[in-house]
Write a protein that binds this ligand. Structure first.
Ligand SMILES: Cc1cc2nc3c(=O)[nH]c(=O)nc-3n(C[C@H](O)[C@H](O)[C@H](O)COP(=O)(O)OP(=O)(O)OC[C@H]3O[C@@H](n4cnc5c(N)ncnc54)[C@H](O)[C@@H]3O)c2cc1C
Ligand SMILES: NC(=O)c1ccc[n+]([C@@H]2O[C@H](COP(=O)([O-])OP(=O)(O)OC[C@H]3O[C@@H](n4cnc5c(N)ncnc54)[C@H](O)[C@@H]3O)[C@@H](O)[C@H]2O)c1
Length: 602
């Protein structure tokens, strides 16, 4: 096997596999992972998508990524969430056959000629001229022009079961012990975050007949246009906490490492532990829990919403307070994990370390939470790392392009002091950047980046031409003097209703018909948002280059400090930094117009 590659990716989680998969388009890649059997493993719930996250998966898919394909192939329960709400917040959520998900992901990466899998624990990164050397704990020296670090929750990982803790990256897997020091020596200041997972219950000990059943959509959807063969083969279920659950938690809070003060890491606000929910929302009489199967031949169910770091002996008792779980047997106990993360503000918008050029970071190690956020970043870091290795110019995603742009912009310019979760509310123009039009927004850019082929560009182009012809047909036909598009804009009318009036449309598939409907019904909003965006885009087209912010006297001290730290590339990015006010942007504009651009080097 070679000892030098274009790109080395460290970590085979959701970020690592997307990085390696994207980078393979440009040349040789090594995927270094402690245990190749764990590639693509889902350490928490076996589900992909959901609000804010499905949009990321559709975008990753439009950019040639893996997550949507693997999720489609292994789907066992599919639901379109918020189906009755507007298209901006509709989101696909797919439950997966957990083990098969990892197997399928492994088939993709192992079946790729340009990609070598190297078993080993990366211990250090050493600069080697223009290259980097990755040194493994067993002394191997692997060289590449760029490195992507996607080590998840493993850096100095410490798991907690009640107040007992041990060094682990996650349950049953050793932590990554040495890489943190490399990052610290390079100048990064690491933070500690924590996340947790609920107990897994033996399926044959659950009384499913006492739970509320949530059927899968009868006509399942998919990320890639073709639902997998088993996409609607199982329901999921719901249950609730009871007063006894809350009482037990309140009485035993001192046994929680969080409340006893043993854990210093910050946990995810949007996926709190059950202890947190009971304390913070003490006025809620009960909390909803989802019961998710891990496969069709379910041996285990996942209790979504019941993350805990209380000791195992209490977990048995707690679980049995839930309706349907009176005789439940815990198969794997809930736990929390604390780990080192890099402050995302110390990265560029391509997730490259500002201190270690050529080293890119992606996923949970950057302070995000969730498979989808990890996958999206992995793709960005993989492409950027490979382009650097191939001496291709840097290209950047824009915030206005969609969820991926927002994720990068938020992480790098604003930062986050808790695990970052993507949400639709973070996206200003969400009616423009929906899950249904990810391909329209990103296919061409993916082609420019080098990860989408010509035939895909043509396929997507033809799809949108058909959608356009459908809209044109509506505009051209009238019933009772009213055009087809005006009929369709009436809230009570669907495309089928308009056809029932006698109007005809060219042949369109289901996705295309929906696209016509969304575009016509929301035309007013979409136009208004586009105009708003054009106005904002003008500030994003003002390049700041290597402007010396110290040479702009009218800037406030705070703004100068924030600008120097974040080094935004455009005026629009500068305006989005917390601490940079309107007056500071005016000062920058005046300075730029006066032509007094001063290079940092001069
Ligand atoms: C307990 C727990 C609960 C979670 N709950 C959820 C959830 O319910 N839903 C959700 O969306 N997200 C959840 N997450 C987060 C989710 O697992 C991550 O967001 C996602 O898996 C992150 O992907 P990643 O690629 O960044 O890292 P990971 O999936 O953690 O992958 C890290 C990879 O790096 C490898 N590695 C680490 N260090 C080294 C090294 N030095 N050398 C070589 N290889 C190395 C590991 O072997 C592994 O392959 C949870 C995570 C944990 C651990
Ligand atoms: N344990 C952690 O530390 C951690 C951290 C971050 C994220 N997460 C996970 O990230 C994922 C996304 O976060 P989230 O909390 O917003 O959840 P989600 O996106 O899975 O749920 C949002 C909505 O989806 C629907 N839903 C959820 N589960 C369902 C099911 N089984 N069947 C049908 N509909 C369902 C519900 O309407 C719910 O309100 C979750 O799976 C969560 O467990 C976990």
């Amino acid at each position: 096997m070679a000892t030098r590659w274009n790109v080395i990716v460290i970590g085979g989680g959701h970020a690592g596999i997307e990085a390696a998969w994207a980078a393979r388009n440009f040349g040789s890649v090594a995927l270094v992972v402690t245990n190749p059997d764990t590639i693509g493993r889902m350490p928490c719930n076996p589900a992909v998508g959901g609000p804010g996250k499905s949009q990321l998966v559709f975008e990753v898919h439009a950019l040639g990524g893996l997550m949507g394909r693997v999720a489609d192939d292994t789907a066992i329960h599919t639901r379109m969430l918020n189906a009755s709400k507007g298209p901006a917040v509709q989101s696909l959520r797919v439950q997966n056959e957990r083990d098969e998900y990892a197997t399928r992901a492994q088939e993709y990466v192992l079946g790729t000629a340009a990609l070598d899998i190297v078993r080993g624990e990366a211990a250090a990164l050493e600069r080697d001229g223009d290259d980097w050397t990755v040194v493994t704990t067993d002394g191997r020296r692997l060289r590449a022009r760029s490195v992507v670090l996607a080590t998840g929750t493993f850096l100095r990982g410490q798991t907690w079961y009640g107040r007992a803790s041990r060094p682990e990256g996650r349950q049953g897997e050793p932590p990554s012990r040495f890489l943190s020091s490399t990052l610290e020596r390079g100048g990064h200041v690491l933070k500690r975050y924590k996340t947790g997972t609920p107990p897994r219950i033996r399926a044959d000990s659950v009384r499913f007949e006492d739970l509320m059943e949530l059927p899968a959509d009868a006509d399942p959807r998919s990320f890639g246009g073709r639902p997998g063969p088993r996409a609607a083969s199982t329901p999921t279920w719901q249950t609730y906490t009871t007063p006894r659950t809350h009482e037990l938690i309140q009485d035993n809070l001192h046994e929680s490492p969080m409340y006893a003060g043993d854990i210093e890491g910050l946990g995810p606000r949007y996926c709190p532990s059950i202890e947190d929910k009971v304390v913070r929302f003490a006025h809620h009489e009960r909390h909803l829990l989802f019961v998710e199967p891990d496969g069709r031949e379910t041996s285990e169910v996942y209790l979504q919403g019941f993350s805990s770091s209380l000791p195992p002996r209490l977990q048995d008792e707690l679980v049995r307070t839930l309706p349907g779980f009176e005789a439940a047997v815990v198969q794997r106990y809930a736990y929390a994990v604390e780990y080192d993360v890099v402050d995302s503000r110390e990265l560029t918008l391509n997730l490259e370390s500002r201190f270690l050029p050529g080293v890119f970071l992606a996923g949970q190690v950057v302070g995000t939470s969730g498979y989808e956020e990890a996958a999206a970043q992995g793709l960005v870091a993989g492409v950027a790392a490979a382009r650097r290795a191939a001496d291709l110019p840097e290209l950047f995603f824009q915030r206005a392009q969609g969820y991926l742009g927002v994720l990068l912009d938020d992480l790098v310019l604003r930062g986050s002091d808790e695990p970052y979760r993507m949400m639709t509310s973070r996206v200003e123009h969400r009616l423009l950047v929906r899950q249904d039009n990810a391909d329209e927004r990103l296919t061409n850019f993916g082609h420019v980046l080098g990860v989408v082929g010509e035939s895909e560009v043509e396929r997507v182009g033809a799809k949108y031409a058909r959608i356009e012809s459908g809209m044109a047909a509506l505009r051209q036909q009238r019933v009772n003097g009213v055009t087809g598009d005006a009929w369709l804009r009436r809230p009570e009318m669907s495309l089928a209703d308009v056809e029932a009036l006698g109007m005809t449309l060219p042949e369109l598939n289901r996705d295309e018909r929906e696209a016509v409907e969304i575009r016509v019904k929301y035309a007013g909003y979409i136009e208004r948002t586009k105009r708003q965006l054009e106005a904002e885009a003008s500030s994003d087209s003002v390049e700041l280059g290597d402007l010396d912010f110290h040479a702009v006297p009218a800037l406030s001290l705070e703004a100068r400090e924030k600008l120097e730290r974040a080094r935004p590339r455009t005026l629009g990015q500068a305006a989005r930094l917390p601490g940079v006010r309107h007056s500071d942007i005016s000062a920058l504009l005046v300075h730029l117009k006066s032509g007094k651009r001063v290079s940092r080097e001069t």
